[in-house]
Design a protein around this ligand. Structure first.
Ligand code: NAI
Length: 308
């Protein structure tokens, strides 16, 4: 496919602008188009980020609109209302679902298949809302899911064990929310099972689950929103699509029998490539992890069905 443009809807905001900036300095795209209802804000963000590209190979960053979207472009959706201190992600649901339905119709008005990458919360439910509203095949609509939670897990494990983050292979799976769980039974460090890694102490896993799930709340309490981590998550997803890397990422997409789940959007290890997303079957989960996954799926299903 020709080099796609990346559109970011909600790019006036912290997450969208940070994702745009992170993508721009990677220099792998030719054009990033920013869309937001807040027109002054999004023009300001585009100018500011574009100035940073003077020191790169010249990715073009500009404000634009839905009618410029073309076949196979990538549309990252970060618009909507952000989580307030003490507010759960699911409480954001109603308001953001209406915004996402409206935005998806505008994205699809040009009538050609695109890729939609959902970031707005609650990301699992809103991915399903966008999938349904778009009429696109399920491979083309997915969300960042538990990628940020996974990044937090890897950084925490790496720091505790004194190794680089890239040496840690471990996933947080399930809902991007309170019922997520670290699937540590198959976690490894440099190819060594986590439990056998020199210096590993079992007490590390006792608190890690809670620490990771609480970290979003802690950051929001301290600085109102989180955006640097998710900005780089967007880069990783966009690169997997544009470079056709078939990278295994814990993104959320619609299940169709995988892991005993159907009709629910949830994060599982998945391949992301030019074909879009495909859930990786056969990732070994312990009995305990399978139970966590089922519980998480029920939480998401209940939230999604509350919309219908
Ligand atoms: P923000 O409030 O800074 O930005 C939201 C932007 O969306 C604003 O610029 C607003 O004008 C725009 N917007 C609102 N309605 C719109 C519409 N109908 N069309 C186009 N633009 C519209 O919020 P922030 O901090 O950037 O967060 C954005 C979303 O990302 C939230 O839902 C937040 O919960 C989510 N998020 C997701 C993460 C993840 O891991 N999936 C991590 C961090 C945030």
């Amino acid at each position: 496919m020709a080099q796609p443009s990346v559109f970011i809807v909600g790019a006036g905001g912290m997450v969208g602008a940070t994702a745009a900036q992170a993508l721009a300095i990677k220099e792998t795209l030719h054009e990033i188009v920013l869309i937001d209802v807040a027109q002054d804000l999004v023009h300001g963000q585009a100018m500011d980020i574009n100035h940073a590209t003077a020191f790169t190979n010249g990715v073009h960053v500009r404000a634009g609109d839905y009618d410029e979207i073309r076949e196979d472009d990538i549309v990252v959706v970060t618009c909507g209302l952000a989580q307030r201190p003490g507010q759960s992600r699911l409480e954001l649901l109603e308001a953001n679902a209406n915004i996402i339905r409206d935005v998806t119709k505008k994205i699809m008005a040009q009538g050609k298949p695109v890729y939609i990458v959902m970031v707005s919360n609650p990301v699992d439910v809103l991915t399903q809302v966008a999938l349904e509203a778009s009429g696109l095949p399920k491979e083309r609509v997915f969300g960042t899911g538990t990628m940020l939670d996974t990044a937090r897990l890897r950084v925490t494990l790496a720091n505790s064990l004194g190794v680089s983050q890239q040496s840690v292979e471990a996933y947080v799976l399930g809902e991007h929310g309170d019922s997520s769980f670290p699937a540590l039974s198959r976690a490894s460090v440099g190819g060594v099972p986590l439990g056998e890694f020199p210096g590993f102490d079992v007490s590390l896993t006792a608190t890690i689950d809670q620490d990771i799930r609480n970290s979003a709340y802690k950051i929001i309490e301290a600085k109102k929103s989180t955006y640097y981590g998710i900005g780089h998550v967007v880069v990783k997803v966009v690169e997997a699509l544009t470079r056709d890397t078939a990278t295994v990422l814990p993104v959320c997409s619609l299940t169709d029998g995988e892991y005993g789940l159907s009709d629910v959007v949830i994060s599982l290890p998945s391949l992301v490539s030019r074909k879009g997303v495909r859930i990786l079957e056969g990732y070994p989960l312990s009995e305990d992890e399978k139970t966590h996954l089922k519980v998480s799926a029920e939480v998401i299903k209940e939230a999604y069905s509350s919309l219908n």
